[in-house]
Design a protein around this ligand. Structure first.
Ligand code: SAH
Ligand code: SF4
Ligand code: F3S
Length: 478
């Protein structure tokens, strides 16, 4: 599937273009060289995980070393999520566990980063007495200074949001990476104001990162041996970058996507998340044209009811969404589609719920993330509507859509029986080290026996699907 013949030329071309970008020198990791060690734990979306890698880079540059061992850390950071009440509860619980460590180890500092830091600001220091630093998503460059302040006994807070910050010149230090796939942040913030969502408040205004720095980072990753990049943003289809220093044409998401795909046919490109209102034919055609852009779109529907979608401020109707699904299938018949669904949003009636079920059936999602509505302070929905669906009803509806999705996932996997897929090997299967685990372009996990072939993680291999469960395809190397 991958065109090895064109590999070199495409890479060389991008390297030339990338020279205009900033330096991306990796930091040497020699634990003895560091005086202080930091530990960082991340919650929430992929963007938060990507941010933790930026934080690690900033701290390493200042002479702090990363550790995976909580007990030996001098600084503990928790990168938090506010998307649902439950996410915040998990963080609070974790903070009380850190308290015990703090009591044992004098001088140890605990810092709260990310969306919950931004939402609660200095209230965090008052509510959670054990926290020493509170740093919002746009203030990570100030971390070294804040750590120094906290070490001096002051409570350190910086939750300023920025209209410009994209950390574009910072080469993330890959944490917990399998060495095959990496996340690359292409934009920050969100301008959409979906009524249920806290993200515009915790992450601020949307801004796109310098395209040169993105291509440069992806090229470096490929040279280091990575085989897959996932371009990240809350709404990647609204990516738009105009270089302020020259008069070249603006770069849209479709152009960026193709430029990253040009780095090498051996580098897979994924992206997340697409807003149904913004995904264009141009993006779909770009995907169809490039073998190494994975045929998989995460297209969150949230609800199948036009009335509820309107209250959610999603700006599309049920019919518009369905026509997007049709268009994707028309341009890429083999494209995987997944979704996010919220049940029990304000005023949701049984017939709205049935509309959600029918749109799931219509879209034949391979996979969905499903949640019941959790009211978030400060959001449009919290200010305008009553959270009026009783919890048992929310949970019953959630259970119903989960069981429907389980069936759809199994049906989708059954449609793949007998087919062959190009699989990127990610490593050993969790259950059995005699098996490889990898992913198809459609983002489905495939497990298959290693056999006698000399293969490594990061290799591509063609796999024939012989069996499946609801979550996994099983197969054999061809
Ligand atoms: N930018 C992405 C979504 C990011 S948040 C998009 O627009 O699709 C990830 C998912 O969390 C959302 O798609 C939504 O399904 C869910 N979510 C967001 N706010 C929520 C809330 N208040 N209660 C329940 N689920 C929520
Ligand atoms: Fe939240 Fe909507 Fe923005 Fe997604 S697009 S982050 S759901 S406001
Ligand atoms: Fe959570 Fe913030 Fe991401 S609220 S989902 S970590 S943008």
């Amino acid at each position: 599937m991958f065109d090895l013949a064109t590999n070199k030329t495409a890479l060389d071309k991008t390297q030339d273009e990338g020279r205009q970008g900033e330096a991306f020198a990796p930091f040497a990791v020699d634990l003895n060289a560091y005086q202080k060690l930091f530990y960082i734990e991340s919650y929430g979306c992929q963007m938060n995980f990507a941010d933790s890698e930026v934080v690690a880079a900033i701290l390493q540059k200042e002479g702090f070393g990363a550790t995976r061992n909580l007990e030996e850390a001098d600084l503990i950071f928790i990168n938090t999520c506010s998307i649902r009440e439950k996410a915040e509860q998990t963080v609070r619980k974790r903070l009380t566990e850190f308290r015990k460590l703090k009591e044992q180890k004098r001088g140890m500092l605990v810092g709260v980063l990310g969306c919950m830091a931004e939402r609660l600001k200095s209230k965090f220091l008052e509510e959670e007495k054990l926290v020493d630093l509170v740093v919002g998503p746009d203030a990570y460059r100030s971390l070294p200074g804040l750590v120094a302040e906290a070490e001096g006994g002051q409570k350190a807070v910086n939750v300023l949001l920025s209209r410009e910050e994209t950390y574009s010149d910072i080469a993330p230090v890959r944490l917990d990476s399998n060495g095959v796939s990496a996340y690359v942040s292409i934009m920050r913030g969100c301008n959409n104001m979906c009524s249920f969502c806290v993200v515009p408040f915790t992450r601020g205004r949307e801004r796109s990162r310098d395209a040169n720095s993105i291509i440069h980072e992806c090229t470096s990753l490929f040279q280091e041996g990575y085989k897959e990049v996932t371009l990240l943003g809350q709404n990647v289809d609204s990516y738009y970058y105009q270089d302020s220093n020259n008069n070249s044409a603006p770069i849209t998401f479709a152009i960026l996507l193709e430029s990253v795909a040009m780095i090498s046919p051996q580098l897979r490109v994924r992206f997340s998340t697409s807003h149904p209102k913004d995904i264009t034919d141009e993006v779909l055609q770009t995907m169809a044209r490039n073998n190494n852009i994975c045929k998989y779109i995460h297209l969150p529907v949230q609800s199948g009811s036009t009335r509820v979608l309107q209250l959610m401020n999603r700006t599309y109707t049920r019919e518009w969404y369905m026509s997007k699904v049709d268009r994707i299938r028309e341009i890429m018949p083999d494209c995987g589609i997944s979704s996010d669904v919220i049940t029990g949003f304000c005023t949701e009636e049984e017939r709205d719920h049935l509309d959600t079920i029918s749109i799931m059936e219509y879209s034949k999602y391979d996979f969905s993330y499903m949640f019941f509505y959790s009211e978030r302070p400060g959001t449009l929905a919290q200010r305008r509507y009553v959270d009026d669906i009783p919890e048992p009803t929310k949970k019953r509806r959630l259970a119903e859509i989960v069981s429907i999705q389980n069936r759809l996932s199994l049906e989708s996997n059954k449609r793949d029986l007998g087919k062959r897929f190009e699989v990127l090997i990610e490593g050993d299967s969790k259950k059995n080290s005699n098996d490889w685990k990898g992913r198809s372009s459609q983002n489905k996990v495939i497990v298959f026996p290693k056999g006698d072939r000399e293969l490594n993680k990061g290799d591509y291999v063609t796999v024939h699907v012989t069996d499946c469960t609801q979550a996994t395809l099983l197969g054999e190397i061809v």
